[in-house]
Design a protein around this ligand. Structure first.
Ligand code: AMP
Length: 137
């Protein structure tokens, strides 16, 4: 499958559009979802150009999951939550809207989540949460 280099997360990786970053290393980036399904909703993406989970080599995936683990730990310690939903969609048929592999970390009970990509969040609140989470990373 051909990767769309103009998708919104590719633009975030190239700093062509702004994002609330909480963590970055050579292989991955973590930033706040601007249409959060709960407070602290964070996205982790590989820098590797993969559209779905089927398009990434195992070593790159290992780096990505290591960041998922770090961010989950930071969400738990900074927000004082007990549970984090890990969500990952593959293909438009599953509801994937951005064609760059990403992992949603949503610190809330599954039954209490707001709609997926349903409404823009409060940017001041998201910025404040990003600062808090990034301090722990
Ligand atoms: P998915 O449906 O799994 O592809 O999820 C895409 C996610 O990206 C949704 O939760 C959106 O709210 C989120 N999103 C879309 N545009 C941006 C953006 N510019 N910055 C941060 N998150 C975004």
């Amino acid at each position: 499958m051909s990767y769309d280099n103009d998708n919104i997360f590719a633009k975030i990786l190239r700093d062509e559009i702004p994002s609330f970053k909480v963590y970055e290393d050579d292989y991955t980036l973590a930033f706040m979802d601007i249409m959060p399904q709960a407070d602290g909703h964070t996205l982790v993406i590989p820098k590797f150009q993969a559209e779905t989970l089927l398009d990434i080599p195992a070593d790159e995936l290992t780096h990505t999951m290591t960041t998922v683990q770090k961010v989950m730990s930071a969400l738990k310690s900074t927000l004082g939550v007990e549970g984090v939903v890990l969500l990952q969609l593959n293909g438009t048929a599953a509801g994937q809207t951005v064609p760059h592999l990403h992992f949603h970390l949503i610190p809330e009970h599954l039954t209490k989540l707001s709609g997926h990509g349903a409404a823009m969040g409060d940017m001041e609140k998201i910025k404040a949460l990003a600062e808090k989470i990034s301090e722990a990373l």
